[in-house]
Design a protein around this ligand. Structure first.
Ligand SMILES: [Fe+2]
Ligand SMILES: [Fe+2]
Length: 262
């Protein structure tokens, strides 16, 4: 099975570990209710990692050395992000955004119709898993960066910085893993992967919230040209992966969002 060189994976693992946070300090912190609503989504997405990891296991993706090493560490780090954010939010006054519990991501819906063992054996599956991971971690990194700029409380800023540093490391791993697998993929399989990605990609948060709630929540950020520019850089990242040049996933999503808002 395709995997990254062992030394690379081991280097990633050496930097791993749960973030440290102080209950008392976090309980005394205050954040703006609008930012709390966005962090609420962040906390739910952090919780979601455990489902993704289980999904990866059922697809047999953890048979490859790099993912077998990375996924448990990733799961642990994201779970700790979730715990810290939930703790912070439990001490804030805000109205959580109304989630759309019935909405299931297109990714999960698409996969649920396929025989998992067979899908796991397709060469595109681990490739797409890593591409989706890189895209999600990129968006998470940019979003937490944005929150750091808008939050005043120093304890919360420190927490968000610690989280962002780990998201950036997750992003680097998934990107390297996706590129490595992409290089080994045939032109035909690359084309299939490309079509599948165009059909199933959505920015993080959209599947769990539903698009109208997502658009209301991030409406103000979407009117900020600098943020839109930074988030659209995701397309350059995806572009750098073999077989995925010129997909413009984020640009197309935003174009659609902005035209509906107009
Ligand atoms: Fe996280
Ligand atoms: Fe992450």
């Amino acid at each position: 099975m395709e995997h990254l060189p062992g030394e690379y994976t081991e280097r990633v693992l050496r930097a791993a570990g749960k973030i440290a946070w102080d209950c008392q300090q976090l309980a005394d912190s205050t954040i703006d209710p609008d930012l709390a609503r966005i962090l609420h989504v962040g906390a739910l997405l952090e919780d979601d990692t455990v489902i993704t990891v289980r999904h990866a296991a059922s697809l047999g993706l953890s048979r490859s050395y790099d993912l077998a090493q990375f996924l448990p560490m990733w799961d642990e780090e994201e779970a700790e992000h979730g715990r810290a954010l939930h703790f912070l939010l439990d001490h804030q006054r805000y109205t959580p955004p109304e989630a759309a519990p019935a909405s299931i991501s297109r990714r999960r819906r698409a996969l649920s119709h396929l025989p998992l063992a067979a899908v796991g054996r397709l060469p595109q599956t681990p490739f797409l898993f890593c591409v989706l991971g890189a895209a999600a971690e990129y968006v998470a990194t940019v979003t937490y960066h944005e929150l750091i700029k808008r939050v005043d409380d120093p304890t919360v800023v420190q927490l968000l910085r610690d989280i962002t540093r780990q998201e950036a490391r997750h992003f680097a791993f998934f990107l390297a893993a996706a590129k490595h697998r992409g290089e080994a993929l045939s032109v035909t399989n690359g084309r299939i992967a490309r079509r599948a990605l165009a059909a199933m990609w959505e920015p993080i948060g959209v599947p769990s919230l539903g698009r109208p709630v997502w658009e209301r929540l991030f409406g103000e950020w979407m009117r900020d040209e600098g943020f839109v520019e930074r988030i659209t850089m995701m397309d350059r990242v995806v572009d750098s992966i073999p077989h995925l040049q010129g997909m413009h996933l984020m640009r197309n999503f935003l174009k659609d969002t902005l035209s509906r808002a107009a």
